[in-house]
Structures are given as structure tokens and as C-alpha cells.
Design a protein. Structure first.
Length: 346
């Protein structure tokens, strides 16, 4: 089990111990027999125009923001409405069993080339916020998910715009939560969104080799791993080691809210555990620290409510700059300084 220690940094004076909070069937049949006794329709007043046919509403035809249009796999332009200028005899009959899609000369739909991924963290975060809003309102666009997109990525490789470290919980479908498509999100999933050695290495790959400008560490409500740590439940085997990774975050939450029961403590511990994982990533990876320090990478904490699907954005780690400086100092002078830990209160 990894031990997290509090260490004071006696560098250039004194560096205080840094904390990591932690979607009508069409009726068929032949032409009905003519009824000579049926009432005749009233004649149309001279000059009157036939009413325009109604058009059914569909989420597919909704206007989208310009910033979202590049995400859709295919856009159908609405047909112009000429009903007001047309005479009924001029309008061809529509066979409900025929479709333009099956016409002999019809071409199969071709999805447009996907737009280039955002090159900066702010643009990437904007796409995630907008996608989550669509998910929460049950109006997802499911962009970049068509066959041509998959074929393109298989031949040209992946170019995600964000790396996300989050929990393995099945109620947390990451790409759907952010309404993103194939090849846009590099996801690292592990129970409790802990940042162990393999998770750090995978995140490092996303940051350094896939060049994602944004890293999200996301916890979620009703996290079983955090709940187990908060309740001091007896666990065995490898699960015990995983829960041990979360224990420091639970202890910090408990010190701030000693009056709460284990169940009541979980929401606070979930947030602390996000900060714990941010700390562990920065502590274990010089690559991640250097990318943050140079401005090439932005790390954001987040918590998803699995009942509503809404993501709460926590921002950057409150002590990020000081933490990186202290860790870099420790790495440069291992004989004279030890790395800070996230186990102290802030």
C-alpha cells in the first residue's frame, strides 16, 4: 500500500507543507370506394391559397450553435417551403412507400470531414461543457460516431483533445456524458479514479504522445470505492490496496466534517479524492508537471452527478503552482529536500 507522508521543505527558507484536497405507422390500403352521398367539400374562396402542410418537429432539425455544427456527423438542409405559391394540381402525389434514399440515382450520405480537434485547453473545456449540457437536457447530437469516422481513425490514428481520468463505474459513460464521438476523448478508468503507477503512465501517454491540452480528473456521486473507504468496511485482496489509496482523502474530509456519518461524508470525500489524484499525478510524473508549468497542459477537477448527468467543475487545484515548484525542487535536490504530501489539512 502506498504511504502518503507529510514532509516539510527547507528550501530557500521554508516551504510550508502543501495540501491536496486531495424516439405513426402509415395506414396502408387501397383507394376507398366513392360515396355519391358523401358531402362535397366547400369550394375555395377566390384567390385563397391552400394551407401550407405542417412540418413535424424533430430534434435533428433543430438549430445548433455554430460552435457545435462541426461536431455533427451529417447535416440535412431543410427543404424550402413553396406551399404558398403552389396549386394543388401542381404538387406531385407522394407515395408513402417510396423514399428519395432508395431512388436509383441516389448517392449514399457522406459525412463531412471532422473538424480539427481544439488546440487549447479553453476550447476543449468549452466543448465538454456544451456536450454535457446536451446530455443533461436529453438532446445529444452524438457527433463523429458514423462509419466513415471509424474508418478514418483506423487509417489515420487517434487525435483526442482531452485526457480524462475517472472511475470505472458503469453509470459513468464518459463519451456520452460529454456528448463526444469516436477518437475525441482519451479515457483512463479505474475504480475510485485513483492515480496509481499504471494510471499515471497512461495519463502521461495522453499528455506527451497524444498532445491533449486538457486533463480532467473526475469523480462522481455515490462512488462505491469512496464509500467503502469512508465506512471503514472490511475489504480483502487487491481491493484493499485500492481503498487504501482513497483513505487519505477520506481522512481529510472527516477532519473538516467530524459531525457527519460515513454516508453523509461521501460527497465531501469524493471531492477530496479528486484532489488526491491530481496530487498523485503531479507527484509521480515529471512530464505532467513540466507540461503544466509550460502552459501546454491544464488540469481540471470535476464531479459528475450520476442521477442527473450534470458535471460540476471544480477548477484547477488550489495550490497547483506552489505544489509543482516544491515537487520540482525536491526532484532537483533529493538529498536536501523531500517531496510534500497531500495528507495535511489546508
Amino acid at each position: 500500500m502506498r504511504t502518503r507522508r507529510l514532509v516539510m521543505l527547507p528550501v530557500a527558507g521554508s516551504i510550508a507543507a502543501l495540501i491536496l484536497f486531495a424516439g405513426a405507422a402509415i395506414g396502408g390500403g387501397g383507394t376507398p370506394a366513392k360515396d355519391d352521398h358523401a358531402p362535397r367539400p366547400a369550394p375555395r374562396a377566390p384567390g385563397a391559397k391552400p394551407a401550407a402542410p405542417s412540418r413535424s418537429a424533430s430534434p435533428v432539425g433543430e438549430t445548433r450553435k455554430p460552435s457545435e455544427q462541426h461536431d455533427t456527423a451529417h447535416h440535412d438542409e431543410p427543404a424550402a417551403d413553396h406551399a404558398e405559391d403552389a396549386h394543388p394540381s401542381d404538387v406531385p402525389a407522394l407515395d408513402p412507400h417510396e423514399s428519395d434514399a432508395h431512388a436509383p440515382d441516389a448517392e449514399p450520405p457522406v459525412a463531412p470531414e471532422p473538424a480539427a480537434p481544439p488546440a487549447d485547453a479553453e476550447s476543449a473545456l468549452k466543448l465538454l461543457r456544451e456536450g454535457n449540457a446536451r446530455w443533461v437536457s436529453a438532446r445529444p447530437q452524438n457527433p463523429n460516431s458514423d462509419p466513415s469516422r471509424r474508418e478514418l481513425l483506423a487509417s489515420e490514428g487517434q487525435h483526442p483533445f482531452v485526457t480524462i481520468l475517472t472511475c470505472a463505474d458503469s453509470r459513468l459513460p464518459v463519451e456520452r456524458i460529454f456528448d463526444r464521438g469516436v477518437g475525441e476523448v482519451f479515457v483512463v478508468r479505474v475504480a475510485g479514479n485513483v492515480a496509481g503507477e499504471c494510471e499515471v503512465a497512461t495519463v502521461e501517454y495522453g499528455v506527451e504522445h497524444l498532445h491533449t491540452p486538457l486533463l480532467i480528473v473526475m469523480g462522481h456521486s455515490k462512488c462505491g470505492a469512496v464509500a467503502a473507504a469512508a465506512s471503514d468496511a472490511e475489504v480483502h485482496g487487491a481491493v484493499a490496496r485500492l481503498v487504501g489509496e482513497i483513505a487519505p482523502a477520506v481522512e481529510r474530509a472527516r477532519r473538516h466534517h467530524p459531525e457527519l456519518s460515513p454516508d453523509q461524508l461521501v460527497p465531501y470525500a469524493v471531492k477530496e479524492n479528486v484532489w488526491q489524484s491530481v496530487f498523485d499525478l503531479l507527484s509521480a510524473s515529471t512530464v505532467i508537471r513540466e507540461h503544466v508549468k509550460s502552459g501546454a497542459l491544464r488540469i481540471e477537477g470535476a464531479v459528475c452527478d450520476i442521477a442527473t448527468g450534470e458535471v460540476e467543475w471544480l477548477g484547477e487545484h488550489p495550490w497547483q503552482s506552489q505544489l509543482i515548484d516544491a515537487l520540482n525542487t525536491s526532484a532537483a535536490s533529493p538529498a536536501h529536500a523531500e517531496a510534500p504530501t497531500a495528507n495535511d489539512d489546508h
